[in-house]
Design a protein around this ligand. Structure first.
Ligand SMILES: Nc1ncnc2c1ncn2[C@@H]1O[C@H](COP(=O)(O)OP(=O)(O)OP(=O)(O)O)[C@@H](O)[C@H]1O
Length: 520
C-alpha cells in the first residue's frame, strides 16, 4: 500500500533533488522511486486525502514541474505485476535463476510439477538441487546459449523420480554483455505424452469405417479384429492404395493400447541418412547439425502405443539389423548414446512388396522378416473384390457432396458396370481420385459411364508401349511423359525404391521427388 505520484517536468539538472527535498522538509518518507527523462515517479506511505492535495501543491511549486498526478503503481511494480500474472497463468513451469544459479522465482505450475513448496526451492542453487542434471543450466549461463528440449530426470518433493522436458534461456540485458541469470522452462513428460495421445485419440478410427462387402475383405477384417487385442506383431501385405494404413489404425484403436499414441512412419519416404535418427532418436552432439539436447525417436514417441512401419521393405540392410535388435531386446539406444532404455511399443508393419522374394534374394534380412511376419494379413487388390466397388464409389461421392454441401449424386448401372470392369492398378486410392474428380466435374443429375473421369494419362503410361500415338506434343510434356514411363517401369522391375534409384543412376530422394511429381 502507499500513494504513488507521477511528476512530469522539464529536463533540468537538480530538479529531482528539489522534489525530494520537498518531502524531506515535510518529514514524509519516500519508499519507492524511479526517474526517467521528464518523469519522476515517487511512492510514499499512505497519508490522509487532504494531505495528498497539499503535497501535490508543494511539488507544483518546484521550478520546471508541469504536471503532478496520482497513479496506482510505480512503473517497475506494474512490470512486476504483469510478469507475475504471466508466470501464474502459463501452464509451463518457470524457474528464474540469478547469475549464481540460485532460484529467485518459481511459478505455481513449477511448484505443482515438482511437488515442492517455494521454501524448499527459493534461494538454493539449482546445482545443489539437481546435481548432475544441472550441467546444461551452467552451460546456458556461461556460454549464453539457449538449450532447448533436454530430458531431465528429477526427484519430486514426494521422492518420486519423474522425467521433465526442460529448456534453458540465458537472461542477457539489452545493451549489456554480462549475464544476469537463466530462465528454466519445465514441461512434464507425462503431460506431453498425454497431449500426444489426445492428438492421436482425436483421429480415432474403427473397423466400421472400412467400407467393404466382399467376402475376402470381411475375412481380413475378422482376422484383424481377432488379433487386435493381442500384443502380436501384425504384418500387412497389399498393393499400394488397398487400405493398409486404415487397417493399422483400426487395429490400434481396437487394441488395449488405444489410449496411447498411434505413430505412423513411411520408411520409403525418409532419406537413408535420416531414417535411423527418426526411428531411434539421437543424443546431443551425435553428429554435425544434431539439435542441442538431442531428439526423441519414434520408438520413444510411440511409448505405450503402436508404431506403424509402412513400406518396411524399403529399410536399408544396415538398419534392418538395428531394428531387429530393438525388437528382440525391446530396448532402444539413441544414435550417439550409450544407454538403452526399455520400450513398450506394439509394431504393425506393412509392405506392398514381395518380402519373401526379397529375402530369398538377400535384399531383406530373413531373421527380421520372421520377426515381423507373426500375424500376416493380406489385403486383396481392388480388382479381386469387385463387389466392394459400388459401395466404395458411393461412399466417395457422398464424402465430396457433403464437403461441398450438395445433394448426393446417384450412380447409374452403366457407371457401376464401367467401374467394375476397370483394372484399378492404384486400388482404392485411384477409385477415390476418380470419384472425386467425377463429382467435381459432373454437371448432370446422375453419374453415367460417360461422365467417369478415369486416370487415362496413367493408364496410357502404364500400358507403356506406343510412344508415337496420343502422346503430348510439347518437348517438355513429351520428356515428362517418357520420364514417368521409365520411372514406372523401373519401380515395377525393382523390389525397392532404393534399388530402382540405383538402377536409374539417381539418388533415392530424386526418385521420391519424381514419384511425387507424377503422383505415383
Ligand atoms: N475400404 C476402404 N474404405 C474407405 N476408404 C478406403 C478403403 N481402403 C482405402 N481407402 C482410402 O484409400 C486411400 C488409401 O488407403 P491407405 O493409405 O490406407 O492405403 P495403403 O495400402 O496404406 O497405401 P500405401 O501402400 O500407398 O501407403 C486412403 O485415402 C483411404 O482412406
Amino acid at each position: 500500500m502507499g500513494i504513488t505520484f507521477q511528476i512530469n517536468g522539464v529536463n533540468r539538472v537538480g530538479i529531482t533533488h528539489e522534489v525530494i527535498a520537498c518531502f524531506a522538509a515535510n518529514q514524509i518518507d519516500i519508499i519507492g522511486m524511479e526517474v526517467r527523462p521528464h518523469y519522476i515517479y515517487l511512492k510514499i506511505p499512505t497519508v490522509a486525502p487532504s494531505k495528498v492535495e497539499t503535497i501535490m501543491q508543494w511539488i507544483r511549486q518546484v521550478k520546471g514541474i508541469e504536471q503532478v498526478k496520482m497513479i496506482p503503481y510505480l512503473p517497475a511494480e506494474e512490470r512486476e505485476n504483469r510478469i507475475h500474472t504471466i508466470l501464474t497463468t502459463v501452464s509451463e513451469g518457470i524457474l528464474l535463476l540469478d547469475d549464481q544459479l540460485r532460484i529467485t522465482t518459481i511459478n505455481r505450475a513449477a511448484q505443482a510439477m515438482l511437488k515442492m513448496e517455494p521454501v524448499q526451492l527459493l534461494h538454493d542453487s539449482i546445482e545443489k538441487l539437481w546435481g548432475e542434471a544441472a550441467v546444461e543450466v551452467r552451460r546456458c549461463l556461461e556460454e549464453a546459449i539457449e538449450v532447448p528440449s533436454v530430458q531431465v530426470s528429477l526427484l519430486t518433493g514426494q521422492k518420486k523420480r519423474m522425467t521433465y522436458i526442460c529448456s534453458y534461456h540465458p537472461i542477457i540485458p539489452a545493451e549489456k554483455s554480462e549475464r544476469q541469470g537463466v530462465v528454466i522452462v519445465l514441461r512434464d513428460n507425462k503431460q506431453i505424452q498425454e497431449l500426444l495421445s489426445t492428438v492421436q485419440r482425436s483421429e480415432r478410427f474403427s473397423f466400421d469405417e472400412i467400407v467393404q462387402q466382399s467376402a475376402n475383405m470381411r475375412q481380413c477384417i475378422e482376422t484383424a479384429k481377432r488379433v487386435a487385442k493381442s500384443e502380436a506383431t501384425v504384418f500387412l501385405q497389399g498393393e499400394s492404395g488397398t487400405g493398409k494404413e486404415l487397417f493399422a489404425k483400426a487395429i490400434h484403436f481396437e487394441s488395449n493400447r488405444s489410449a496411447g499414441p498411434f505413430v505412423p512412419i513411411n520408411c520409403a519416404a525418409i532419406p537413408d541418412a535420416l531414417l535411423e535418427s527418426e526411428l531411434f532418436g539421437y543424443e546431443q552432439g551425435a553428429f554435425t547439425g544434431a539439435l542441442k539436447g538431442g531428439k526423441l525417436g519414434l520408438f520413444e514417441i510411440a511409448q505405450g502405443g503402436t508404431l506403424f512401419l509402412d513400406e518396411i521393405g524399403d529399410i536399408p540392410l544396415h538398419l534392418q539389423a538395428k531394428l531387429l535388435r530393438v525388437l528382440e531386446e525391446r530396448k532402444v539406444r539413441r544414435v550417439g548414446g550409450n544407454k538403452s532404455f526399455p520400450i513398450d511399443v506394439r509394431i504393425i508393419a506393412a509392405t506392398n512388396r514381395n518380402l519373401a522374394d526379397m529375402t530369398s534374394k538377400g535384399l531383406f534380412r530373413e531373421d527380421l522378416y520372421y520377426r515381423l511376419h507373426v500375424i500376416p494379413i493380406v489385403i486383396p487388390p481392388l480388382r479381386e473384390r469387385k463387389s466392394d466397388i459400388p459401395m466404395l464409389a458411393q461412399y466417395f461421392i457422398q464424402k465430396v457432396c457433403r464437403a461441398t454441401n450438395q445433394p448426393m449424386i446417384p450412380l447409374t448401372h452403366s457407371a457401376i458396370r464401367a467401374l467394375q470392369s476397370h483394372n484399378w492398378p492404384g486400388n482404392v486410392r485411384e477409385l477415390q481420385n476418380v470419384m472425386e474428380r467425377t463429382v467435381y466435374l459432373c454437371l448432370e443429375q446422375e453419374i453415367g459411364a460417360a461422365h467417369l473421369y478415369f486416370d487415362t494419362q496413367q493408364d496410357r503410361a502404364e500400358s507403356d508401349q506406343d510412344f508415337s500415338h496420343s502422346t503430348p506434343k510439347l518437348l517438355k510434356e513429351q520428356m515428362d511423359y517418357y520420364e514417368k514411363t521409365i520411372l514406372i517401369r523401373a519401380l515395377k522391375e525393382h523390389p525397392s525404391i532404393r534399388q530402382a534409384a540405383a538402377y536409374l543412376g539417381i539418388s533415392h530422394t530424386a526418385v521420391l521427388q519424381k514419384m511425387k511429381k507424377y503422383q505415383l
